[in-house]
Design a protein around this ligand. Structure first.
Ligand code: ZN
Length: 161
């Protein structure tokens, strides 16, 4: 039963798409444009990715890619600084870099989640996160103090979400 997507045929479709790409929440758009949240959510997951591939939406796609590239650069920085600090025996700074990486990984997952247009994913309960968490703690086994501190801040992070 093919139904016409009320978002696709909306006169402000481009603005709505841009807002969705920009991460504006569905309920806010629903109020602003008088569209149902269901229609917006459906449009976002089924039609928006295809629309983003079109040349007309090149700007939005570039924006999304830029954002991911920026976060990837941050990730590389944190890794590099962490390795430097570890080499210099500065565990406190190395630990800071690990914390930063945790945040970056979380941010990246959130961004990718947004771009995949899945409904809000809580990364902290995902299998991928559990894997990262385990890997971090195993890697820190030779440094019990650092491990305890990381473990504690991971718990904080998880409880705060
Ligand atoms: Zn649509």
């Amino acid at each position: 039963m093919p139904r016409v997507c009320t978002v696709c045929v909306h006169p402000d479709r481009e603005a709505i798409d841009a807002a969705l790409v920009g991460g504006i929440a569905v309920p806010a758009l629903s109020r602003e444009y008088g569209l149902s949240e269901d229609a917006l959510t459906r449009h976002r997951s089924r039609h928006l990715p295809a629309a983003m591939l079109k040349a007309r939406a090149a700007n939005e796609a570039t924006l999304a890619a830029d954002l991911l590239a920026k976060v990837a650069a941050l990730e590389a920085d944190a890794k590099r600084l962490g390795a430097q600090a570890e080499k210099a025996g500065d565990l406190r700074t190395a630990l800071g870099a690990v914390r930063e990486l945790v945040r970056i990984v979380e941010l990246l997952a959130k961004l990718r989640g947004e771009l995949d247009e899945r409904p809000q994913v809580n990364i902290l309960v995902s299998a991928q996160w559990q894997n990262i968490r385990r890997t971090l703690l195993v890697a820190l086994e030779p440094y019990p103090q650092a491990r305890a501190a990381v473990s504690e801040s991971l718990l904080e992070l998880e409880l705060a979400t």
